[in-house]
Design a protein around this ligand. Structure first.
Ligand code: ZN
Length: 191
């Protein structure tokens, strides 16, 4: 008799605790942070990132981009903190500013249920929504894992940040590409 096949996990990597909505939030937050790191980033580029991550009407203005860049500048220090205490302190400073009660929303059935901590499900400014949702995400990761929630890529010349959801040894690179590049470089250096 054939055994029933278990559903495929959302992500194939082993030892990943963050799946589904949380992984979606991790990917969106990381992409936004790294896209916003470019001082020349345009509203169209941000709109494209938001659309890629499931936002249905992600109209973005130049003012939104300026405010999102400020928000990214406040989130990045959480990921560059070198101790868990400091990362937690920085997350708390972000959450204290959000100051809206967490609530579940499905936008009248248009989305699956997810947590909002911004001032309005539909009308909150993009930067406020970004800061509040990323702050909540980083708080959840710290409480779940009791370790640094992310970092800056260790590859030479790469300044991209990552959010770490893997168990096991601490993640060091933003991507497989950077990890491979560094491994090849180290191999060559050994001759
Ligand atoms: Zn990298």
């Amino acid at each position: 008799m054939p055994t029933p096949t278990a559903p495929e996990p959302a992500r194939p990597e082993p030892h990943v605790i963050a799946v589904g909505a949380i992984q979606g939030l991790v990917d969106r937050t990381t992409d936004l942070l790294n896209t916003l790191a470019d001082p020349e980033v345009t509203p169209d580029e941000i709109t494209a990132v938001l659309r890629e991550h499931g936002e249905t009407d992600p109209a973005t203005t130049a003012e939104d981009v300026a405010d999102l860049r400020t928000a990214a500048g406040e989130l990045r220090p959480v990921l560059t903190a070198d101790s868990l205490d400091l990362a937690a302190e920085r997350v708390n400073a972000l959450l204290a500013r959000a100051a809206h009660p967490p609530r579940l929303s499905n936008h009248g059935g248009a989305f699956t249920w997810h947590i909002h901590v911004d001032s309005d499900d539909e009308e909150a400014p993009l930067a406020e929504w970004f800061l509040a949702s990323a702050g909540m995400l980083l708080a959840l990761l710290i409480s779940d894992r009791q370790r640094l929630p992310g970092g800056v890529c260790a590859a030479r010349g790469c300044e991209r940040v990552f959010i770490d959801t893997a168990h096991g040894s601490r993640r060091r690179y933003c991507s497989r590409r950077c990890a491979t590049r560094e491994r090849v470089a180290a191999h060559r250096a050994r001759g």
